[in-house]
Design a protein. Structure first.
Lengths: 124, 168
């Protein structure tokens, strides 16, 4: 059965492109535009991995990451920051919020799927 | 002059006065448990309120003595926030600007209109940039944080404001 990836990003374009790449790599993808939609999706289903953009409405991705990890019982689910901010800042923010990893949008779609492969194969 | 029509009535009024004094007094209540650490969260989005509560809990667990139990009061609009704030003393208020019924600016003005609440640390949070920033500072907020909120920035802001307040 295909592993499930939740992708949270407020950009329609990023959601469309990243979903297409991940689906082509064999993942089942739920693309969500905001934290409310993520919360609703989590009430229905448990993903194998979550990708979170940083620059989102209301709360940044690193704030939301800490919140969802602790408050929605996602300690065992890998959550990665997925952002276009400068890479060194991305590393620091990922470490500070307890992310399992990070992916720079600048790396391109191929490396996106490779990194997701790495985390999911390592996990399972 | 107050005229009591009996000991029971006098006792009832004395108890009421004592309870009101305790509720509006920082630090340990005389002969009782320490006063709780009270935070008001006025924000109309329920999930964002929950995230703010998460941040306040993080601040409380790292900075406030365990004996001061955390009490969080939540309001989905400014009117409800005012109801909470007029009933008890708070240590900090986090107020969103865009809320139905009564917006954050109106709530902050109302709070600052009360002499006994002049020292309450208020963090205003919102989208809207400079225009909202000017409005909340004019209303009397101590600090404005632009949304999206960063967890560490929010916790540091609480720490900074509460330290300033303690120093008087």
């Amino acid at each position: 059965m295909a592993k499930k990836v939740f992708l949270v990003d407020d950009s329609d374009l990023i959601r469309a492109m990243a979903s297409m790449a991940l689906q082509a790599a064999g993942y089942e993808v739920q693309a969500l535009p905001n934290w409310q939609e993520l919360d609703l999706a989590l009430a229905q289903d448990r993903p194998d991995l979550i990708l979170m953009d940083i620059n989102m409405p209301e709360m940044t991705g690193d704030f939301a990451l800490s919140f969802f990890k602790e408050e929605r019982g996602l300690v065992d689910v890998p959550i990665l920051l997925y952002s276009d901010i400068e890479e060194q800042a991305l590393v620091m923010r990922a470490q500070a919020c307890g992310a399992d990893g990070y992916i720079s949008k600048g790396w391109g779609l191929e490396r996106l799927t490779e990194t997701v492969d790495y985390f999911l194969h390592r996990a399972g | 002059m107050l005229i009591f029509d009996g000991d029971a009535e006098r006792k009832r009024i004395e108890d009421l006065v004592l309870r009101l004094r305790q509720a509006h007094q920082p630090g340990p209540a005389p002969g009782g448990d320490p006063i709780p650490f009270r935070a008001l969260l006025a924000e109309d989005n329920p999930l964002v309120r929950e995230m703010l509560r998460f941040a306040v809990r993080k601040y409380h667990s790292s900075q406030i003595p365990k004996a001061r139990v955390l009490e969080v009061f939540e309001a989905e609009d400014g009117q409800r926030g005012w109801e909470h704030i007029s009933q008890r003393k708070f240590d900090i208020a986090i107020v969103d600007f865009f809320m139905p019924v009564m917006d954050g600016g109106q709530l902050i003005r109302k709070i600052r209109g009360q002499a006994e609440m002049a020292g309450l640390p208020i963090i205003a949070v919102s989208v809207g940039g400079d225009e909202v920033r000017r409005e909340v500072y004019a209303a009397g907020a101590n600090l404005f944080l632009d949304k999206p909120l960063v967890l560490n920035q929010l916790i540091d802001s609480m720490q900074r404001l509460l330290q300033l307040e303690r120093k008087g």
